[in-house]
Design a binder for this molecule. Structure first.
Ligand code: A2P
Length: 344
């Protein structure tokens, strides 16, 4: 029998955790024991894993070494930065490999930051037993841009994101739904999860404001791009915008390459690229959107590929993907698959 792995999902009741469970089941990951963990509030509730109901356990009282067959082998964390900071080292200390979806460890030199299609080999260098999953916006950008960077070099990236609310968790999805319903009934709304009304609106802000005028969500695109592509010289300029879409992030991307690449060549390159689906016909609807293509699916969709008329080595792309799947849960499971492959 091939090796099986005891897997913990931390944050199993959350927007990402729930999809981690379904992706593990869909892809037939070789799970031995599956442990679903969340806060004390959810302990005793059940979550779905394939056709099984799994009882949620309280992370605070769970001992990762206690699971039969040698304890937890792989722990997928998506319960927020504070939880990762406190508990990921505890899981790693008993031999589990932690795949962490928070930003807590992403910028540490001794923690690899991995996009499965881009830098899978980086998983082998994990002295702390922790592998970081990139930010959802960086993730889809890297899947689309790494093939171009390898071919002709990218000097500069200008990106504006159109981020769905699910990236901010289950409560944000509920807020968009409730605000939409209230406003359609002409009832007042009271923003809680977001700083301003999100239904029928959008706003240019994600994370915290920094001294340089950018936000943390914008700087993640800078820091993570350089780390994943292993190229500190790439210049990245990002504007993060939250839009009233439930699932699927979109990005308007303008790059400046080292060597000229035509739109035709870029399209051909991306058609062969791992994890990418090109949807690029110059007609109404001949481009990907969160609702028509991305939500609930795995690929990173690329459309509107065209040469930038304002720059001799400029190229424009429109990049869309499900932020909860490839942007979080799917990539975490793909990293787990890379680990499983390395063990077998
Ligand atoms: P719970 O449902 O018990 O609060 P989302 O990103 O969709 O908001 O989900 C966050 C996830 O993190 C949920 O599964 C949530 O569990 C979990 N979580 C939040 N706080 C804690 C905590 N103190 N201990 C363990 N899990 C937590």
């Amino acid at each position: 029998m091939s090796k099986q792995f005891n897997v913990a999902v931390v944050g199993a009741t959350g927007a990402v955790g729930e999809v981690m469970l379904s992706v593990l089941a869909e892809r037939n990951f070789p799970v031995g024991e599956l442990v679903a963990l969340a806060s004390e509030r959810s302990a005793g509730n059940t979550v779905q894993f394939g056709d099984r109901d799994i009882v949620v356990r309280d992370l605070a009282t769970f001992d990762p070494a206690s699971v039969k067959g040698g304890g937890i082998d792989i722990a997928l964390f998506s319960a927020g930065g504070a939880i990762s900071k406190e508990y990921a080292p505890k899981f790693a200390a008993v031999g589990a490999v932690v795949i962490d979806n928070s930003s807590t460890f992403r910028y540490d030199a001794d923690v690899p930051l991995v996009v499965s299609e881009v830098n899978p080999d980086a998983i082998t260098q994990r002295p702390r037993g922790i592998i970081a999953n990139p930010n959802c916006s960086t993730m889809q950008l890297m899947v689309a841009l790494a093939p171009i960077h390898r071919a002709v070099g990218i000097e500069r990236i200008n990106v504006a994101t159109y981020q769905s609310v699910s990236g901010a968790g289950r409560s944000a999805v509920e807020e968009l739904g409730q605000q939409t319903a209230s406003l359609l009934r002409c009832e007042p709304i009271d923003p809680q999860r977001f700083p301003v009304q999100i239904a029928f609106n959008l706003f240019p802000h994600g994370g915290d404001f920094l001294d340089n005028g950018y936000t943390t969500e914008e700087m993640k695109l800078v820091w993570e791009t350089r780390k994943i592509l292993g190229d500190e010289s790439i210049r990245v300029n990002a504007t993060v915008v939250r839009v009233p879409v439930f699932y699927g992030h979109s990005e308007a991307v303008a790059i400046e390459t080292r060597d000229k690449i035509s739109a035709l060549e870029a399209r051909a390159l991306l058609e062969q690229a791992l994890g990418v689906v090109v949807v690029d016909q110059p007609r109404a609807g001949g481009y990907p959107t969160p609702v028509t293509h991305a939500a609930g699916t795995d690929p990173v969709y690329v459309g509107r590929i065209r040469e930038d008329i304002s720059h001799p080595r400029g190229l424009n792309l429109w990049v869309v993907s499900d932020n909860i799947r490839k942007g979080a849960a799917l990539n975490a499971v793909q990293i787990a698959e890379l680990l499983a492959k390395a063990y077998s």
